[in-house]
Design a protein around this ligand. Structure first.
Ligand SMILES: Cc1cc2nc3c(=O)[nH]c(=O)nc-3n(C[C@H](O)[C@H](O)[C@H](O)COP(=O)(O)O)c2cc1C
Length: 207
């Protein structure tokens, strides 16, 4: 049986969304299917306005509250998209996890697999620390983390001719300090390769 895969992300300005689309493309090219979800917004309209955020898109279902955490119970494997906040995951993601006490207590996420992809404003802004910070949550649930490593996109990962996000922890992009930089073709290629690799691991584990 094919593994049931979900891409779950929060994206305030669309950078993580673009990586999510590339991850999806990679999964589909590798022969899989995937459902996309967004984590619910927690900031009030006034804060979003102050941050210049356009608000969530309406074309991807939003996981909110206990119903949202329940939705993920039926997926074997998740790719999680995280835009950094102070080198850590954002409150929107934390609010999602804070609804998962029931799943934790009953082991309903235990044994699932998860990969990560990350967006930061700048180099050194948290591509790696954000992934490391997520480990504690995954460990508490017993979710098996699937690192991307280097082997599946070694040339792209080790390219020092241009600035690019992505690390062995997962694909990544730099949004720039003012958010105007968009994911580069190289970063999208890495995300696509991660999607394909993640699918192969999921298929081996759950197929
Ligand atoms: C409150 C706040 C804190 C942030 N903290 C960091 C940070 O610690 N390091 C960094 O590189 N970027 C930081 N950023 C920039 C975001 O990571 C960036 O806007 C995000 O990666 C863009 O992805 P998105 O368009 O998918 O939301 C911060 C942004 C906000 C609004």
């Amino acid at each position: 049986m094919a593994p049931k895969i979900a891409i779950v992300y929060y994206s305030m300005y669309g950078h993580i969304r673009q990586l999510a689309e590339a991850e999806k493309k990679g999964i589909e090219k590798a022969g899989g299917t995937v459902d996309m979800f967004q984590i619910a917004e927690t900031l009030p309209e006034s804060a979003l306005k102050a941050l210049g955020a356009p608000g969530q898109s309406s074309d991807v279902p939003v996981l909110s509250g206990s119903a949202g955490s329940k939705t993920l119970e039926s997926y074997d494997a998740w790719l999680l998209g995280i835009p950094t906040r102070y080198g850590n995951f954002p409150a929107q993601w934390k609010a999602f996890w804070d609804h998962t006490g029931g799943q934790w207590k009953n082991g309903l996420y235990h044994g699932k697999i998860a990969g990560l992809f990350i967006s930061t404003g700048t180099l050194g802004g948290g591509q790696e620390s954000t992934a490391i910070a997520a480990m504690s949550t995954l460990a508490h649930h017993g979710i098996i983390y699937v690192p991307f490593g280097y082997a599946k996109a070694a040339t792209q990962m080790m390219n020092l001719n241009e600035v690019h996000g992505g690390s062995p922890w997962g694909a990544g992009t730099f949004a720039g300090a003012d958010g105007t930089r968009q994911p580069s073709p190289l970063e999208l290629e890495i995300a696509e390769a991660q999607g394909a690799y993640f699918y192969s691991v999921a298929a081996k584990h759950f197929g």
